[in-house]
Design a protein around this ligand. Structure first.
Ligand SMILES: [Fe+2]
Ligand SMILES: [Fe+2]
Length: 146
C-alpha cells in the first residue's frame, strides 16, 4: 500500500483545517512505516497516540466552527468524527495483541476512511463556509481561497 499523497483537490478552503488534515495524513503514512519496523508495537503506539490527539483537536475545532455558523450537517458530521476516533481508540487498546495482518487491515481502513472523510464530509462544508463570508472573523478560521 502506498502512502497518501496530498494534492490541491484535498483542500477544504480553510487553511487551519487543511494543515490539520495534512498532519494526520503524514501520521498515517508514518504509522505504515512504524508497522514495518523491529520495535513495531512501541513505534505504533507512539504514532497512534499522536493520531488520536490530532484527531481529537481537529474534530473539536471543526465542530466548534460548524456550531458557530449553524452548519446543518453538524450532527451527522460529529457522529462520523466519533466513529473514526472510536476505531482508532479500539485499535490502540488491542494493539499489543495484533499481528501484521490486522495492522495492515487497520491501515487500509484508516487510509481509506481519512481520505473519504475529507473528500466527502469535510468537502461538504467548503461551499457553506465560503458562503458564510468568514473574512474579518479570524476567530472562526481563515480561508485559503477567495
Ligand atoms: Fe477534517
Ligand atoms: Fe470532519
Amino acid at each position: 500500500m502506498t502512502g497518501i499523497v496530498w494534492e490541491d483537490i484535498h483542500s477544504v478552503g480553510i487553511r487551519e483545517f487543511d494543515r490539520d488534515h495534512l498532519i494526520i495524513v503524514n501520521l498515517i503514512n508514518k504509522l505504515q512505516d512504524a508497522c514495518a519496523g523491529d520495535k513495531a508495537h512501541d513505534a505504533m503506539d507512539a504514532v497512534l497516540r499522536a493520531i488520536a490527539a490530532q484527531m481529537d483537536n481537529h474534530f473539536r475545532r471543526e465542530e466548534d466552527m460548524m456550531a458557530r455558523h449553524g452548519y446543518p450537517g453538524l450532527a451527522a458530521h460529529r457522529a462520523a468524527h466519533r466513529e473514526l476516533a472510536q476505531k482508532v481508540a479500539d485499535f490502540r487498546r488491542r494493539s499489543d495483541a495484533i499481528d501484521e495482518g490486522i495492522a495492515g487491515d487497520f491501515l487500509a481502513f484508516l487510509h481509506e476512511r481519512w481520505s473519504s472523510h475529507i473528500m466527502e464530509m469535510d468537502m461538504a462544508y467548503k461551499a457553506f463556509f465560503q458562503e458564510a463570508k468568514l473574512d474579518g472573523r479570524a476567530d472562526a478560521a481563515s480561508r485559503t481561497t477567495s
